[in-house]
Ligand binder design. Structure first.
Ligand SMILES: C[S@@+](CC[C@H](N)C(=O)[O-])C[C@H]1O[C@@H](n2cnc3c(N)ncnc32)[C@H](O)[C@@H]1O
Length: 195
C-alpha cells in the first residue's frame, strides 16, 4: 500500500460518514490539551495536520477565536469541514506534498499532529512528516501516536503503528495523556520549544 491508496481508503471512509475522532474520553483529552496549550500561548494560530472530523476542536469550544488552517489529503474531509466551518481555512494536501512545501499561508503557533501517524504506510514519509512539523516556526507541537504493542483491530490496510521517536532536542513536554479504551492504545504528548 502507498500513500495514494491509503488516502483513497480514507476518502471513502469520510464519504461514508464514518467517524474519525475516537471515544469521548479521547476527545476530552485532546480538548484538555488545547486548553493547556492556550494557557501557555494565549490566542492560538492552529495548523491542524490531518483534520478528520475535528470533533476535539469543536468540543474545545474556542475555535471561533483561533486562527485555523486544517490540512488533509482527503478531498471529502476538506469539503465537509469547509461546509461546516466556512470562516476557517482548509486545504487538500497529501503529507508527501506538505513535507516538500516551504511556505504556509499562515504562521501557526501550534501544530496538531493527532491520530494521523499510524495512517502513513511509508516509514520515510512518517519520519519526514515528524521532521517537517518540528522544523516549522511554531512554539508548540502536539502529537499522538498508536502503541505498536497493542493488537491491531483497525482495518489492516490503515494500521501502520510505529514507536514514537521523540521530539528533536530543544523541546520540553508540557502535557501528556493516554487512551487505553480504544482498540489500539494511543498516547498524546504536547511539546513546547525550550526557551
Ligand atoms: C483519524 S483522522 C485524525 C483526525 C484528527 N486529527 C483527530 O485527532 O481526530 C486522520 C486524518 O488524517 C488524514 N490523513 C491520513 N493520511 C494522510 C496523508 N498521507 N496525507 C494527508 N492526510 C492524511 C485522513 O484523511 C484523516 O482525515
Amino acid at each position: 500500500m502507498n500513500e495514494a491508496q491509503a488516502l483513497q481508503w480514507l476518502d471513502g471512509w469520510a464519504r461514508a460518514g464514518k467517524p474519525f475522532s475516537g471515544p469521548p474520553s479521547w476527545r476530552r483529552a485532546k480538548a484538555a490539551a488545547l486548553c493547556a496549550i492556550e494557557r501557555e500561548l494565549g490566542p492560538l494560530r492552529i495548523l491542524d495536520v490531518g483534520v478528520g472530523d475535528m470533533r476535539h476542536l469543536v468540543e474545545w469550544g474556542e475555535l471561533v477565536q483561533a486562527e485555523y488552517l486544517g490540512i488533509d489529503g482527503s478531498l471529502a474531509v476538506v469539503q465537509q469541514r469547509q461546509r461546516e466551518h466556512p470562516i476557517l481555512d482548509f486545504a487538500c494536501i497529501p503529507f508527501s506534498r506538505l513535507v516538500e512545501s516551504s511556505g504556509l499561508p499562515m504562521t501557526p503557533n501550534v501544530i496538531l499532529l493527532w491520530d494521523v501517524l499510524y495512517h502513513i504506510p511509508d516509514d520515510a514519509l512518517h519520519d519526514a512528516l515528524i521532521r517537517w512539523v518540528f522544523e516549522q516556526p511554531a512554539d508548540v507541537v502536539a502529537v499522538s501516536w498508536a502503541q505498536p504493542t497493542a493488537p491491531p483491530t483497525n482495518p489492516a490496510a490503515l494500521w501502520f503503528p510505529r514507536p514514537w521517536p521523540g521530539p528533536p532536542p530543544g523541546w520540553d513536554g508540557i502535557f501528556a495523556a493516554e487512551e487505553l479504551s480504544l482498540p489500539h492504545h494511543q498516547r498524546m504528548e504536547v511539546y513546547r520549544r525550550a526557551t
